[in-house]
Design a binder for this molecule. Sequence first.
Ligand SMILES: O=C(O)CCC(=O)C(=O)O
Ligand SMILES: [Fe+2]
Length: 333
Amino acid sequence: MTDSSLPLIDVAPLVAGTPERERVAAQIGDACRAHGFFYVTGHGVDAALIQRLEDLSHRFFDLPEETKMQWRMALGGRAWRGFFPRGGELTSGRPDWKEGLYLGTELPADHPLVLAKTPVHGPNLFPDVQDFRETILAYMDAVTQLGHRLMEGIALSLGLPADYFAERYTADPLILFRLFNYPTQAVPEGLDVQWGVGEHTDYGLLTILHQDTVGGLAVHTPGGWIDAPPVPGAFVCNIGDMLDRMTGGLYKSTPHRVKRNTSGRDRLSFPLFFDPNFEARVQRIEGLAGADALDDSAERWDRANVHAFSGRYGDYLLAKVSKVFPQLRDEVL
Ligand SMILES: O=C(O)CCC(=O)C(=O)O
Ligand SMILES: [Fe+2]
């Protein structure tokens, strides 16, 4: 551990679209060049909505496991939605000690992309908890809007027009959203678990995370592992592999992990992944100084070279998720 901490950026001017957003963009640029992780305040997402999401999520995760299994992922099919139990998700081949509900943009069964059986698109499996559906949909909407504003800031920070990413990748972003519960309960004998979530990078453009007050997230900066503790009213943001790929490594997707929760209270976290459209072909941004697209696969958790990837974002995503949920792979790929 080092004593450095992650920057806290007030993004209100970016959200409001005032001229001071250039100053905010410069702060985001500094954070992305330094570690790829930062906190945002002044984001405009209603605190009462966030609290409601937390309360209802506790109500859901407190249900018996067999009740929650009514909404299991196997029933979500290609849409990749639903509940997975403790130990049901792998990072780097090892089970994580968490349970979760996978969600995303709500599409009706007769939407053209769903009719075409496009993976990770479709209706959600909303658990039968009162007001949960409305709350989740309102939260996803609000945080997606914030994602658009933050991507404008990231574009400006690279000397690009504010709408650079929207024009090419995110007019219709791929939004995946997860509710996670990290149980404080001990891991059963014989299960090979080390982490709440093992070390990894995120796959897309930008992750916007709300966490409750328990803590446990840590970030691998060039100076070593540092904690990303809860900051009241702030989201944690981090960049994903596609922004690393587009910027030729100027903005790195930073490895992070969550320690096993032994706090005595369950920990909730809510990552929303703001990603390129499934069909978008990811390209390097032309003319960025200092972007060398160096092969850093030897240091990466997955030993992969993101700069060697070309093709649809959807294909990159599917290759990754099939490692995380091997038992569902045949259904989705
Ligand atoms: O729960 C957290 O704090 C982080 C979760 C995470 O890194 C992920 O879902 O990609
Ligand atoms: Fe992550």
